[in-house]
Design a binder for this molecule. Structure first.
Ligand code: HAM
Length: 413
């Protein structure tokens, strides 16, 4: 028997309503902020991610699902930002619209070691606002993430923010860290010794206790930021304060992808454990549009992990199920008639189903209960003769004989 690949999930019908609830709430909120849905392909040229996330990024190094066809190497998308910037540039949206706000909902793929909250196929709800460097946009994006989490009824999360500054600031900061960590190299974990040469900023968010202690002793204070970046960051912080968005600043928050500049943020939640405690993350990527062949322009976005949202939400929103009418025909003639009635109800936008298995009345009623039907329509010989149905209101436990001519009106009143 075939089994699903580790780190993938079957989202069964019983669970789909909370997925739909999360998606419905997101769509409504994104629309309030004027973000438009975009659906890029799930598969892209692998080079797009190498170029955008950086060759040293863990995702590129270890986690991409690659497919080689002759000379071409494709990747199942590990994230959405690079695809959306590619789509923005390729479709000339910079020329027609300039400033564009997108949202997306869909699966992402990373070859990770599966565990709670960490999957190989997981889902993002994300947004990307491309075409502005205004700090007010950072405030909009972070406060929108906050509002989404509130709308999902998630509590106890912390929004942590930092500024990586511009490319020049990042370079200075990298140099400062090289000097500061040089003497501590032997005490760093094996991964961080590699990071020291390849991606030094990542040492700051290493989860290893020894590395954390060394980093904490560095007393980082955003001192690497130039005047413009420091001003922008101040504006972002003030804007969040004015809107009442609680947040903490952590100079150790660096994110692992090359494209980030300026404001970065992560939303942490304790139920997920220290290894993967982020419900979502995002930040500015002011150089990526140019890097991928577009104009020099600012951009910012975030992505929330849906599986983690569902772990953290005590009471996730659910999409209400349609009210179901269940037809139980008793006998062959009633069965034929039931099929026509079923068709009529569906044509009148009433969700309806029947018992094709000719179960006993008791068995069919049990099935109606399992399906949470609101009404059961019983058709026997008597009802057939009189052109009526026996209609049972399942919640009220009441039964009434209804003429078929008035049935649609009765059920939709
Ligand atoms: P990321 O931090 O790699 O950022 O992913 C965002 C969120 O996706 C994480 O905080 C987590 O909730 C979820 N996530 C990541 N990997 C997994 C996994 N293996 N299993 C389950 N959930 C996972 C990005 O992808 C950026 N593109 C975000 C962004 C958008 N930055 C700017 N715009």
């Amino acid at each position: 028997m075939f089994k699903k690949i580790p780190g993938t999930r079957d989202i069964l019908p019983d669970h789909v309503s909370s997925w739909q609830g999360i998606e419905d709430v997101s769509r409504r909120l994104f629309s309030l902020y004027n973000y438009k849905e975009i659906r890029p392909p799930l598969i892209e040229e692998a080079g797009l991610f190498n170029r955008s996330l950086g060759d040293a990024a863990e995702i590129v190094q270890k986690q991409m699902f690659l497919i080689q066809k002759a000379e071409d190497v494709y990747a199942l998308r590990p994230e959405g930002t690079a695809s959306i910037v590619r789509a923005y540039v390729e479709n000339n949206l910079d020329k027609t619209a300039g400033f564009e706000k997108f949202f997306y909902i869909g699966p992402m793929f990373r070859m990770e070691r599966p565990q709670k909250g960490r999957l190989r196929q997981f889902h993002h709800i994300g947004c990307e606002a491309i075409g502005s460097r205004a700090p007010e946009l950072d405030v909009e994006v972070i406060s929108m993430a906050d509002n989404l989490l509130r709308a999902f009824s998630i509590e106890g999360y912390t929004i942590v923010i930092n500024s990586l500054g511009c490319a020049e600031d990042r370079k200075h900061f990298g140099g400062f860290l090289k000097d500061a960590l040089n003497d501590h190299l032997p005490a760093l974990c094996e991964d961080c010794r590699v990071r020291y040469g390849r991606n030094i900023l990542r040492i700051l968010d290493c989860k290893n206790e020894g590395c954390k202690a060394i980093v904490n002793n560095l007393s980082l204070q955003n001192a690497h930021l130039c005047d413009v970046c420091r001003d922008d960051f101040e504006q972002v912080r003030n804007g969040l304060k004015v809107l009442g968005v609680n947040h903490e600043v952590s100079p150790c928050l660096v994110r692992g992808l090359d494209y980030y500049t300026g404001t970065v943020f992560e939303i942490k939640h304790p139920t997920l454990g220290p290894q993967q405690d982020a419900l979502g993350a995002g930040g500015r990527y002011d150089n990526l549009v140019k890097e991928l062949g577009g104009p020099e322009t600012g951009a910012i976005g975030f992505a929330l992990g849906v599986e983690r949202l569902l772990l953290a939400a005590q009471n996730p929103p659910v999409r209400p199920a349609a009210k179901l009418v269940y037809i139980i025909p008793l006998g062959e003639d009633a069965r034929q008639h039931g099929i026509i009635l079923l068709h009529t109800l569906r044509k009148n936008n009433i969700s309806a189903d029947t018992d094709y298995e000719s179960r006993s009345l008791k068995g069919a009623m049990r099935r109606a209960n399992d399906l949470k039907a609101c009404y059961v329509l019983i058709i026997g010989d008597d009802e057939l003769k009189k052109n009526t149905v026996m209609c049972k209101d399942m919640a009220a436990g009441k039964q009434e004989e209804i003429p078929e001519t008035g049935l649609v009106e009765y059920l939709t009143r």
